[in-house]
Design a protein around this ligand. Structure first.
Ligand SMILES: Nc1ncnc2c1ncn2[C@@H]1O[C@H](COP(=O)(O)OP(=O)(O)OP(=O)(O)O)[C@@H](O)[C@H]1O
Ligand SMILES: [Mg+2]
Length: 362
């Protein structure tokens, strides 16, 4: 009888994959920065990538690693209420580490049921004072605080307030770190905001496509560790089809598992069918919605790019469109901000997402 086991792939936004593909350097740089002294530039990093490139997963992976190394970590998304959540979670996550308070720290004592408020904060303290106290207490014990902020939104006032407070903590030499992640357009707008000019000095790291070798490795590990096997040719075909795009890795993997469900070894035919299913899902979930948001000129830029099989010089795009280099550069900048185009080397552009080129050609 064929053993039925559940699909180990996770084509759902925000889900931690069974096996993480690539991202080693990004993770190592931040973890290395945490091991270094306060002031290491990797301690303030902004991850930038389009929808489905793996920002949330990266933030969570780094926070898990940092926690394992003794950091207190808090994760929030940039939206109303984030400061309250941030301070509450920080307090909660640090509860077991903060030494029992001295007599003067005890803010309330209640008899039967016995409850001693051992918090170091007063209810009417502003949030930033609370955070300062907490960081001070943690740092006294050699423990740092890592804050991750996902879904950066330049219109979020609480985000702007937090960055200001974080700047003070850094200036005071506190053991803190701040990781942020957002879509390219949101990050570029945020960086224009004068009131957070401090954040322009943060390291900006793009979530580039993951190498085919690393994709193969992650697909292989997920399949084999879940008691199935895959033909080498099928594996290569599947990995190439993802074009290193994080969401596509899970989508292709998910269909590989489904197509090969009743076989011990996933075959080339299974992979062929899996890639077709995954591509049509990618179209529905990511490519078509992204293209619908574009202006006619932006679409024409992509159509000019799609005539080629690979990366293309921007001067050639301008020539094909019959527009000046300045006009083409503006369009390119907007498409990069939308997370659809990447400048892969100086003056050379390529698509970020799989299937977009083929779709535009059709
Ligand atoms: N390095 C990785 N290796 C394998 N799968 C990954 C990797 N990173 C993310 N994924 C998978 O890709 C999908 C998208 O990941 P995630 O939700 O982190 O993207 P995101 O960039 O945060 O998207 P959004 O902008 O919509 O929030 C998820 O299914 C996740 O499991
Ligand atoms: Mg996300």
């Amino acid at each position: 009888m064929v053993r039925r086991s559940s699909n180990p792939f996770t084509p759902t936004f925000g889900s931690m994959p069974y096996a993480l593909a690539g991202r080693v350097e990004l993770i190592d740089d931040v973890i290395g920065g945490l091991a270094n002294r306060p002031g290491d530039p990797n301690r303030s990093t902004i991850f930038i990538g389009p929808r489905g490139s793996g920002k949330t997963v990266l933030l969570r992976t780094i926070a898990e690693e940092a926690s394992a190394q003794g950091w207190v970590c808090v994760s929030v998304s940039a939206r109303k209420g984030m400061l309250d959540k941030l301070v509450r979670s920080a307090r909660e996550n640090a509860r077991h580490l903060i030494a029992a308070p001295t007599q003067s720290d005890v803010t309330s004592v209640q008899i039967g049921p016995v409850a001693i408020e051992r918090e170091t904060h007063r209810e009417d303290d502003p949030w930033w004072l609370d955070l300062h106290h907490l960081v001070e207490k943690l740092n006294e014990q050699g423990i740092g605080l890592l804050v991750s902020i996902d879904e950066l939104d330049p219109t979020c006032e609480e985000l702007i307030d937090f960055i200001d407070t974080y700047q003070h903590l850094v200036t005071e030499g506190r053991d803190v770190a701040l990781l942020m992640a957002g879509l390219p357009s949101k990050v570029s707008t945020l960086l224009l905001d004068e009131s957070v000019s401090f954040i322009r000095r943060a390291f900006q790291r793009r979530l580039d496509p993951i190498s085919r070798y690393e994709v193969e490795e992650a697909l292989f590990t997920t399949i084999v560790e879940n008691n199935k096997r895959i033909d080498q040719e099928a594996l290569t075909m599947a990995a190439s089809a993802t074009q290193g795009f994080a969401f596509a890795i899970q989508l292709v993997g998910y269909y590989l598992w489904r197509m090969g469900y009743f076989h011990d070894v996933i075959t080339v035919d299974d992979a062929q069918a899996a890639v077709e299913h995954a591509q049509s899902e990618m179209l529905n979930a990511i490519v078509e919605p992204s293209l619908r948001e574009l202006t006619q000129r932006e679409l024409e830029y992509l159509e000019a790019m799609a005539l080629d099989d690979g990366p293309l010089a921007t001067s050639e795009v301008a020539r094909r469109m019959g527009v000046s280099m300045t006009n083409a550069s503006n369009l390119r900048r907007r498409l990069i901000d939308r997370g659809l185009v990447a400048e892969v080397s100086y003056g050379v552009v390529d698509f970020v997402m799989p299937v977009m080129r083929e779709y535009l050609r059709r």
